[in-house]
Ligand binder design. Structure first.
Ligand code: SAM
Length: 247
């Protein structure tokens, strides 16, 4: 179970809300049962239920566990906001595959509107989906889901990554696999790398967006001969990168 870092004490953790209900009602937890708790960032531990009282489950920490489930390559999936519930699919599936973060954005052909003041519920829902998918995939961390940016803001952030791949449906030259393979082979055991993968909306990217992305340091890459749905492309890209780095 992922809990807020503030709930993590030195030797115990208090679990409330939906997780407490899940432990008590769905799992029928009782004192003595063991479970794994994580702060979703840097600490994970094996623990034992010590008490279940009025919607709060208290667990005693038995031992801290090594964080072994995360890839050294930290992939941020930047997805131009798709229609309907497709962003939820992107977050759920890419979390299972191993993405480290999500950055939704709005580009020239994005169809849906996003009004930050009205849509905090949507962001909360995406974060809940990331947490649930991370739990089911036995991740050590919960991928961060950032609030949507506009295209120019996204490109400004590109400089902070070790590699930036612009998934371009019209790219007939360089394929993602060939772009990743040379540096993946050089990635030492201890090294980490941050990668931004940029995926377009239903209508794809314009040629000027491709030029702007390249000017910001992104490498335009293809994902094979077939055109993938916008919700599929991020999954394929994340899986391809982690395959090449052996993770
Ligand atoms: N019209 C379909 C839809 O509604 O989902 C396809 C959309 S495709 C144009 C959306 C995005 O997925 C593209 O902008 C690109 O980022 C990525 N993509 C899909 N197929 C790709 C490919 N073969 N190579 C590179 N990127 C691809």
């Amino acid at each position: 179970y992922f809990v807020n870092p503030g709930q993590f004490g030195e030797d115990h953790v208090s679990i409330g809300g939906e997780d407490a209900r899940h432990i008590a009602r769905v799992m029928r937890g009782k004192p003595g049962d063991k479970l794994i708790v994580s702060d979703g960032v840097s600490r994970e531990a094996l623990a034992e239920i010590s008490a279940i009282n009025e919607g709060v489950v208290t667990v005693s920490i038995i031992e801290n566990l090594p964080m072994t489930q995360e890839a050294r390559v930290k992939i941020t999936v930047a997805q131009s906001l798709p229609k309907g519930d497709k962003m939820e699919i992107v977050i759920q599936k890419c979390t299972e595959i191993g993405a480290a973060a999500f950055q939704p954005f709005l580009s020239e052909r994005t169809i849906v509107q996003y009004d930050e003041r009205k849509e905090s519920k949507r962001l909360d829902r995406w974060r809940k989906i990331a947490k649930e998918a991370a739990e089911q995939a036995h991740r050590n961390i919960v991928p961060e889901v950032a609030a949507p940016l506009v295209w120019k803001q996204l490109l400004k952030s590109a400089g902070s990554y070790d590699a930036v791949y612009f998934c371009y449906e019209k790219e007939e030259g360089l394929q993602l696999r060939s772009a990743v393979a040379p540096w993946a082979a050089r990635l030492g055991d201890a090294a980490e790398a941050s990668v931004l993968v940029i995926v377009g909306p239903e209508g794809g990217f314009s040629e000027s967006e491709c030029r702007e992305a390249e000017a910001a340091g992104a490498v335009s890459v293809g994902l094979g001969k077939r055109i993938l749905r916008c919700e599929t492309a991020g999954m394929v890209a994340a899986a391809c990168i982690l395959y090449e780095t052996g993770e």
